[in-house]
Design a protein around this ligand. Sequence first.
Ligand SMILES: NC(=O)c1ccc[n+]([C@@H]2O[C@H](COP(=O)([O-])OP(=O)(O)OC[C@H]3O[C@@H](n4cnc5c(N)ncnc54)[C@H](OP(=O)(O)O)[C@@H]3O)[C@@H](O)[C@H]2O)c1
Length: 235
Amino acid sequence: MVINTAAYVRVDDAEVEAEKAFQVNAIGALNVAKVCNELDVLNVYISTDYVFDGIRGAPYEEEDVPNPVNVYGLSKYAGEIFTRNYSEKYYVIRVASLYGKVGASGKGGNFVEFMIQKARNGGEIKVVDDVFMSPTCTKDVSRMLKRFIEIKPEFGIYHIVNEGYCNWYDFTREIFYILGWDVEVKLIKSSELERLARRPVFSALKNKKLEDIGLRMRDWKEALKDYLMEEKRGR
Ligand SMILES: NC(=O)c1ccc[n+]([C@@H]2O[C@H](COP(=O)([O-])OP(=O)(O)OC[C@H]3O[C@@H](n4cnc5c(N)ncnc54)[C@H](OP(=O)(O)O)[C@@H]3O)[C@@H](O)[C@H]2O)c1
């Protein structure tokens, strides 16, 4: 099988490099789909919560209709469509707000480690409280994906995120609460951030189809605690 995690992931840069984002996220997915068919192998395309516009204000299920609000989301949605329509055997797996040991190479790390580093450096920590998402540990996704592929459910789109959701401010506070660090986190609004790309304000996902086949992801707080406790973290 092919698990296609390759992507142009820099959401703001994608606004000015739209062609490049589409080359990787959409045309790349088309190429992978064609090759998978030629070789008669399973094609697993990793996608994103950013295919949704976030307007509804409740977690999205797999069958909800995407409506991306930025170039990155649109290019990934195009990748989903190519995967679905050009592969005989495929899964589109939507994940969200990932953190993990290795971090995103395209973004130079992960949010949790950025916050920890800021706290260590004594920098001011300001985080938005008006953007909601499903924080998800990469280890949990990997483990679930392995089980999922072994079970071999019906081909289609599936969400794999840790259960529950929160805003980025609460997520950050939870990081320091688990670590037992007394760190001030200032609350800001997303309108105060100058960013090129719009973000969906509520992109939490529900693992509806996963639950339908009897699989369950653990709660995001539990996963975060495990991740943070995996190594000793002195300040
Ligand atoms: N991080 C998140 O919060 C998040 C949320 C939702 C979905 N996702 C999805 O998760 C997947 C993994 O992303 P990530 O966040 O873990 O970022 P990442 O570490 O930057 O992973 C993307 C990978 O794509 C590779 N890549 C980029 N352009 C390529 C090209 N033209 N040809 C071949 N490989 C190329 C990169 O290789 P190099 O390292 O060699 O540059 C990198 O290893 C992506 O599909 C992303 O859309 C991520």
